[in-house]
Write a protein that binds this ligand. Structure first.
Ligand code: CP
Length: 311
């Protein structure tokens, strides 16, 4: 695998390979010294044109745990603000010697554009409304791990709830869960669904809540919404939020997930700490291991398969 730009581009075989590799990275992360020399001499550049907490910090941590050098490019303090183009920025940083760029950008398709300007591997850290493949991989890993499965997710019933229209997480998660054999239902008002349905849809959360194994809540993407797509936040929350009443109706086995950041009081009205199946902290923890697996898959040579702690 040269790049990770979308789930559909890499296909189910690579998804399974990365999830299997993640098991090894979880084991590395449990060691007293969670560091291996696998990517010694490699350089990873985090290039975030949009804000991030989880994705940026977990890629930084993942790269360091594999002994790669890390460059973190803060756009707000860069020559982008003097008018330097995206292409000139990429070519300038690449000239310093970069093996992989992790890029987040508000425009869909930027990871494909950037891969024409550099020979480095490109990892999509989120492009516009389009894709967020490492979020999808860490979500799939979290579900697989929580259920104790080692293969796919055949027959698993997943409901993705909320602002699906503007969500790159939803698009990548639909792809990853379907690639692993799960059944996905989208739950949203019609105005927050994409024009082309990507999976069966409903606007009635209460009708599906008793029939699912995974409840995946999405954040309302306020920064991407410029029209009146819902009557009010209050009405939206009444129909689509995880309230205390709905939480009480969830089967005990149901996993509750959210990619973060959460809008408490909008899509979630209960404290996740009080929900037995809440996976939100586990998703964040698994994000480091999954991103280690992705970096390893893209950048490690076969000799690096020795994952022992350096002497
Ligand atoms: N889930 C996610 O992408 O979070 P950040 O925006 O904090 O990276």
């Amino acid at each position: 695998m040269k790049h990770l730009r979308s789930i559909s581009e890499i296909g189910p075989e690579a998804v399974t390979r990365i999830l299997d590799l993640t098991d090894h990275m979880v084991e590395v992360n449990q060691r007293a010294n969670p560091k291996v020399p696998a990517l010694r001499g490699r350089t990873v550049c985090n290039l975030f044109f949009e804000d991030s907490t989880r994705t940026r910090l977990s890629f930084e941590t993942a790269a360091k745990r594999l002994s790669a050098d890390v460059m973190t490019f803060t756009v707000k303090e860069s020559s982008v603000n003097k008018g330097e183009s995206l292409r000139d920025t990429i070519e300038t940083v690449a000239a310093m010697g970069v093996d992989a760029f992790v890029i987040r950008h508000k425009s869909s398709g930027v990871p494909w554009q950037v891969s024409r300007w550099t020979t480095a591997s490109i990892i999509n850290g989120g492009d516009g409304w389009h894709a967020h493949p490492t979020q999808a991989l860490l979500d799939a890993y979290t579900v697989r791990n929580a259920l104790g499965r080692t293969g796919g997710l055949d027959g698993l019933r997943v409901a993705i709830v909320g602002d699906i229209r503007h969500s790159r997480v939803a698009r990548s998660n639909i792809e990853v869960f379907r690639a692993l054999g799960a059944d996905v239902t989208l739950v949203a008002p019609a105005t927050l669904l994409p024009p082309t349905p990507l999976a069966p849809c409903t606007d009635d959360l209460d009708s599906v809540i008793g029939e699912i194994d995974v409840l995946y809540l999405l954040r309302m993407q306020m920064e991407r919404i410029h029209d009146a797509v819902i009557p009010s936040i209050r009405e939206y929350s009444t129909r689509f939020a995880l309230t205390a009443e709905r939480a009480a109706r969830l089967g005990k086995h149901v996993l509750v997930m959210h990619p973060g950041p959460m809008n408490r009081g909008v899509e979630i009205m209960v404290d996740p700490a009080e929900i037995p199946g809440a996976m939100i902290t586990k998703q964040v923890a698994n994000g480091v291991a999954v991103r280690m697996a992705v970096l390893f898959d893209l950048l490690a040579s076969t000799e690096s398969l020795d994952m022992e702690v350096p002497a």
